[in-house]
Design a protein around this ligand. Structure first.
Ligand code: AHG
Length: 354
């Protein structure tokens, strides 16, 4: 049997990175490998979701007031389990838990890192076989090592992240993670049960043809956002438009596509929800870090997402993210530099249906 030594597993890759940095302790590599292990376990359950009684609602609401699915709970427990029993994480914050969970044991208290995650994003799509994902973010603690982690460790701006990533359970299962050194993607090779390096040094194309937004909310959006979206639909020499609209309703899948192929994803504030839907710490920050390290950009419409000082664990933020040139074009609309005449349509309120 010929062994393909060109294929590098996630473990081999993180160890290789460690060898390049002799001063590194290996804690971050351990943590990423722990997350990779949880992802493999979650993947197994996601793949057999239609066969066993794991679909459907758990019967409870999460802290955001959303229905909790059984797989959400399973994914959350897997991540908590590997990180609690590992040696690299002092505590976690999860979209599924009301408060932070500080591990507070002798080994965990000495760990440098804390981790925040959305265990299963897009879970309202589980029962219809749409790609879903796990999103995670890693911060270096600011509290004293040797003592339990504190809330301040978790409430840091995104620009303090040391790593962030996501796992997409799709036509194949991929783990993509970013550190300050760049973004790399690993595809799960089911035959050996290992994530293997398939997308080294991912760069987000400067521009693209996709725009992703929930058009159902259009009439609820700010006028400037409506004008930008209208511009996306126009033939335009400067942007090569009209763009193609793609919206899955599962952010991991939408942003993954735009990261690889070029595009822009938006979840703006609306009249009813001025801060939009997405959570700053579990969804926006990790993707903002990944896309920025790949050469793209993100904002809440006013400032870079990564510069926002979070006030609470579960806060939300309007979110715009994608290819650099498309983000710059959006910013021109949001700042009023550019506008679009929206003829013959009353955009101040939704047209009434007959
Ligand atoms: P959930 O995990 O409850 O399914 O939410 C998914 C998130 C995100 O992944 C996606 O982009 C967005 O919600 C979709 O929201 P809308 O249905 O409002 O467009």
């Amino acid at each position: 049997m010929v062994i393909n030594r060109k294929v590098q597993t996630l473990d081999e890759f993180t160890l290789q990175q460690l060898r390049d940095f002799p001063k590194a302790t290996g804690e971050l590599s351990n943590l990423l490998r722990d997350i990779g292990l949880a992802a493999k376990r979650i993947n197994v359950e996601v793949n057999k979701a239609g066969l066993v009684d794991i679909l459907g609602d758990h019967g409870s609401m999460n802290v955001q007031g959303e229905e909790v699915k059984k797989l959400d709970i399973f994914a959350n427990n897997q991540l908590v389990g590997v990180l609690r029993h590992g040696v690299s994480c002092a505590g976690i914050g999860s979209e599924e838990l009301d408060d932070i969970l500080v591990f507070d044991d002798e080994i965990s208290n000495k760990s440098k890192y804390v981790c925040l995650f959305d265990p299963l994003d897009g879970s309202s799509n589980i029962d219809v076989n749409v790609s879903i994902g796990t999103i995670f973010s890693v911060f270096r603690r600011v509290s004293e090592l040797g003592k339990p982690a504190t809330a301040e460790d978790f409430l840091q701006p995104g620009n303090k992240q040391v790593a962030a990533g996501y796992v997409i359970y799709g036509s194949s299962t991929m783990l993509v993670y970013a550190t300050r050194r760049g973004v790399n993607g690993f595809t799960l090779d089911q035959s050996i049960g290992e994530f293997t390096l398939s997308h080294p040094d991912i760069k987000c194309p400067e521009s693209g043809k996709f725009y992703s937004v929930n058009h159902g909310n259009f009439f609820q959006m700010d006028q400037k956002v409506k004008e930008y979206i209208t511009n996306c639909q126009k033939k335009n020499k400067t942007n090569g438009g009209p763009y193609t609209q793609r919206y899955i309703g599962s952010m991991v899948a939408d942003v993954h596509r735009n990261l690889i192929k070029g595009g822009i994803f938006m979840y703006p504030g609306t009249v009813d929800k001025p801060k939009g839907k997405l959570r700053l710490l579990y969804e926006c920050n990790p993707f903002a870090f990944i896309v920025e390290k790949a050469g793209g950009k993100s904002s809440n419409g006013i400032v870079n997402i990564l510069d926002i000082q979070p006030k609470e664990l579960h806060e939300r933020a309007p979110f715009f993210i994608g290819s650099m040139k498309m983000m710059e074009e959006l910013e021109d609309f949001l700042s009023g530099k550019r506008s679009v005449e929206m003829k013959n349509i009353v955009y101040s309120e939704a047209p009434e249906s007959e």
